[in-house]
Write a protein that binds this ligand. Structure first.
Ligand code: ACM
Length: 558
């Protein structure tokens, strides 16, 4: 009887602490133990002896943030290893109240980490800085939300974390979010907030959609008119149907200095930025800036578009100056973004202007095709070859939207990545079968600019409110791919198009908490994902959003 009582008590205690633990994304393996680790000013962080500079930086950042948000200054040391009776032992300070011990374990994957919390000791193991960063993100999620939000809370007098044992690594390499700033421009402080939120949920790619028919948002030194002309239009609203252009002068763009600041900010949070310059379609703002060599009909008037939809005013891919323009833009992107990928768009590119242009007709004949989509591929081929000639540190891989598959992709080879959005599951499979890598960003349900509920309070946006948090959560990535294709699936991405979204608070509202559902799809093994469990863990995030000062969909919070 005593034994049964003890077991019941244990169950109660354990589930009691487990309910307070709400880590998102849910770790691959976690067990909850008895007790807690108490933080005091006599806790020592033990840096690994041979850790590289970046691991030290990650740890220093955590120590600094911890001090700012809790008021507790953790001590730092690098304990020496000594040989004692033939055994290697590490000497830890006996005066400390507890230790946070970091180990470098080269057998682990780059983003993998282990975190074990016991009453006097926290152990963290990882092989790379990203793994340590994610371990600290999880540790922060074991504490009150002000720590993750980066703001002090003077009401809290005692800081502790429950005893847990976690072994964690992501399901996918690519856990992305795309923001369209072509339609509306929000500015770098907003982008930094989004990067913080992404990092809180261990997302690692920010896809920055920087050019559109309605605006060009990145300074290109060689082509100043792109931002003198292309970054501005005569309407804040993107007109559609009864909503007419409002006549306001509206726009903005990022200078090289702004971009470098955002890049550094993202790097510190282990987020790679994927810049997208969407060419040759969705390019009316560029065409309006340099119609003399970018347009198919320079004799006509071209202006930055005031309307929503798909503009037919695409770049004249048969003009050698247009090809040179794209190469020059890519050169500046490579200098500004020290990451692995550049996205060249490729979606929704009408061909009617090419069909009526004699140079385009001649070029199509020259490449031996009758499909105008192949002109687009010929254009990309030249850009890909341009990048291939560069030294190793300037190499970039190219990503395209899945419409590129509608042409003959042979000239492009298969070392490209297809971002699948329309008919995403089939398109991704098609790409994988052609030997290409692919990323799943299905329009339904991962376009998280669409309304997230049927409530009357929902802001103006696309859709009917069917892409709920639950629907987004329950999408199963890679559901139609056999084991032989799965290595081609790099991961998942939520996309946010901003035709209807003028204000950053509305971006936040529609983005949250659905972005979190996508983050968990990217990280957590499918068999560990459960919507009801997610919803429970999500409840604590309300506090995080409030402290962080970001808006969010309230209807799923109690
Ligand atoms: C897209 O939604 N046009 C990629």
């Amino acid at each position: 009887m005593k034994k049964i009582l003890f077991a019941l008590l244990c169950l109660f205690v354990f589930t009691g602490s487990a309910q307070e633990i709400s880590i998102i994304p849910r770790p691959a393996e976690m067990s909850v133990n008895e007790g807690e680790f108490l933080f005091t000013g006599r806790v020592v962080v033990c840096y690994p002896e041979l850790a590289d500079k970046e691991i030290k930086n990650v740890t220093d950042n955590f120590v600094e943030e911890f001090k700012r948000t809790t008021g507790i200054k953790l001590k730092k040391s690098t304990p020496k290893k000594e040989r004692l009776q033939g055994l290697e032992v590490t000497k830890y300070s006996k005066k400390a109240d507890g230790h946070i011990v970091l180990h470098v374990d080269d057998s682990m994957n780059d983003e993998e980490y282990k975190l074990s919390v016991a009453p006097k000791r926290i152990e963290i193991a990882a092989s790379k800085p990203a793994g340590f960063f994610y371990a600290f993100q999880t540790l922060k999620q074991l504490m009150p939300r002000n720590v993750m939000a980066g703001v002090p809370d003077n009401e809290i007098k005692e800081w502790s974390v429950p005893a847990v044992s976690i072994m964690d690594k992501p399901r996918f390499d690519w856990r992305g979010f795309m923001l369209d700033e072509g339609r509306h421009f929000y500015g770098k402080e907003e982008i930094k907030k989004i990067i913080d939120v992404m990092a809180a949920y261990k997302m690692n790619r920010f896809h920055w959609h920087l050019t559109e028919d309605q605006g060009w948002r990145i300074e290109i030194k060689k082509y100043p008119k792109l931002t003198e002309i292309g970054a501005w239009r005569d309407s804040k609203v993107c007109a559609w149907g009864e909503v007419k252009p409002d006549g306001q002068r509206y726009g903005g763009y990022y200078t090289h200095k702004d971009i470098k600041e955002v890049v550094a900010y993202a790097k510190e949070r282990f987020i790679e930025i994927v810049p997208e310059v969407d060419i040759p379609g969705h390019s009316q703002a560029a065409v309006a800036s340099y119609p003399e060599f970018l347009s198919c009909d320079p004799e006509n008037k071209h202006e930055v578009w005031l309307w929503q939809g798909v503009s037919a005013d695409v770049i004249n891919v048969s003009n050698p100056l247009a090809v040179q323009f794209a190469k020059d833009v890519i050169d500046e992107l490579i200098e500004l973004f020290p990451f692995g990928y550049i996205h060249l768009g490729g979606d929704e590119c009408p061909t009617q202007k090419w069909e009526r242009n004699s140079d385009c007709q001649a070029l199509l004949k020259e490449i031996g095709s009758t499909n105008y989509r192949d002109l687009q591929i010929h254009f990309y081929k030249q850009l890909k070859e341009h990048i291939a000639q560069k030294p190793a540190d300037k190499q970039r891989k190219l990503i395209f939207w899945n419409e590129v598959l509608h042409g003959n992709t042979e000239p492009l080879g298969n070392d490209i990545t297809i971002m699948a959005w329309i008919g995403a599951d089939n398109a991704a499979k098609d790409a994988a079968m052609r030997g290409m890598n692919t990323i799943l960003s299905p329009q339904i349900p991962y376009y998280i600019n669409r309304k997230q509920s049927k409530l009357e309070t929902e802001p103006r946006s696309q859709g009917y409110g069917d892409e709920t948090v639950e629907r987004v959560y329950n999408y199963k990535p890679m559901n139609n791919a056999g084991p032989e294709l799965q290595s081609k699936y790099m991961g998942v991405q939520a996309n946010f198009w901003t035709e209807w979204v003028e204000e950053p608070e509305v971006v936040q509202y529609l983005m949250l908490p659905r972005l979190v559902a996508v983050a968990e799809a990217g990280w957590t093994p499918q068999e560990k994902r459960d919507y009801e469990d997610f919803l429970k863990r999500l409840q604590g995030e309300k506090k995080y959003y409030q402290l962080k000062g970001v808006d969010f969909g309230k209807h799923v919070f109690k």
